[in-house]
Design a protein around this ligand. Structure first.
Ligand code: UDP
Length: 330
């Protein structure tokens, strides 16, 4: 079976659904610290899912799972992913994201499981020296979150050289949208991301939506990001898994749409999709936000045959429907 760590979380749960669609047996390992048991219940309705609660920081938890099941490959999402929090609580990020992954890799080596797909990030690049960003761009992360992931990339390369453990590192840009059928979605507490924050302000939750800075060196003054749909991203994991099975070598791929959208453009698209005016105000810049980030994803397109096709409007529409579902739980 396929082990998906962090399968109760945002990108992990969409990837579980993608594998279930093709009738794979999936084992989800999650500590439910940021993931949700309700998500696991939804996943169980969609196919053959086994859930094991555990924490990568406890190597016994993960070893127990490898003892109990026959695991063919690992898709590893479990991580903390808030840039701001990582600056004030670096230990949490290094312990969980870096040491936790080291525990996972050591357990894989011990049990002779030799392939992993890893959820990395464009935050490993740091301040861009050029855009679009390709995989050769220098990696100088500017926060502990990016550093915790870059260390894992490095460890994985060394584990390939020493133990033959093959890894595909996927560096995501900004992820957006939810399952088209509304079964799972973006459910962070607290929520910090752009699209859910705009949508929450519609329900009066975040009150007025705040644009963090409109004096950047961009055409409309707001930051530009590359918003890739979460179902397209999940599909990239399936393609990476198949690619690794065939090629049996380690690689790294950027995953983004190669299109940049400014905060104002995303906001305007939300008003259009929802067909309503949304309250907005301009607030100071958020520390650590580069002006422009977008991907060169040629490598994923040509090697993995990945073809991200869902639009920003589709991401907003599905995110809105999921937000309505979350509002009902209150
Ligand atoms: N942003 C914003 N208001 C918000 C949340 C985000 O203006 O309430 C901006 C943020 O400054 C950045 C972009 O939206 O320029 C994307 O931020 P997000 O937190 O979604 O993702 P990140 O780029 O940090 O991974």
């Amino acid at each position: 079976m396929i082990l998906i760590t962090g399968g109760a979380g945002y990108i992990g749960s969409h990837t579980v659904l993608n594998f279930l669609k093709d009738n794979y047996d999936v084992l989800v390992f999650d500590n439910l610290e940021t993931g949700h048991i309700e998500t696991i219940e939804e996943l169980k309705k969609a196919g053959n899912v086994t859930f094991e609660k555990g924490d990568l920081r406890n190597i016994e938890d993960i070893d127990r799972v490898f003892e109990k099941y026959h695991i063919e490959t690992v898709i590893h999402f479990a991580a903390f992913a808030l840039v701001g929090e990582s600056v004030v609580e670096p230990a949490k990020y290094y312990r969980n994201n870096t040491v936790g992954t080291l525990n996972l890799l050591d357990t894989m080596v011990k049990h002779n499981v030799k392939s992993i797909i890893f959820s990395s990030t464009c935050a490993t690049y740091g301040e861009p020296q050029y855009t679009p960003i390709d995989e050769k761009h220098p990696q100088n992360p500017i926060n502990p979150y990016g550093a915790s992931k870059l260390m894992v990339e490095r460890i994985m390369s060394d584990y390939d050289a020493a133990y033959g453990l093959k890894s595909v590192k996927l560096r995501y840009f900004n992820v957006a949208g939810c399952d088209t059928q509304g079964r799972v979605g973006e459910w962070h507490e607290p929520e910090t991301h752009l699209i859910p924050n705009i949508l929450k302000s519609v329900f009066g939750e975040g009150k007025t939506f705040k644009i963090f800075g409109d004096d950047y060196q961009t055409p409309d003054g707001t930051c530009i990001r590359d918003y890739v749909n979460v179902e397209d991203l999940a599909q990239a994991h399936k393609l990476a898994y198949l690619w690794l099975k065939k090629e049996n070598r380690s690689e790294v791929f950027n995953l983004g749409t190669e299109n940049g959208n400014s905060v104002k453009e995303v906001f305007d698209a939300c008003e259009k999709v929802l067909n309503q005016k949304i309250n907005v105000e301009v607030a100071p810049r958020r520390p650590g936000d580069p002006a422009t980030l977008y991907a060169n994803a040629n490598k994923a397109k040509s090697e993995l045959h990945w073809n991200p096709e869902r639009t920003l409007e589709h991401s907003i529409d599905t995110a809105y429907k999921f937000e309505q579902k979350l509002q009902k739980l209150k």
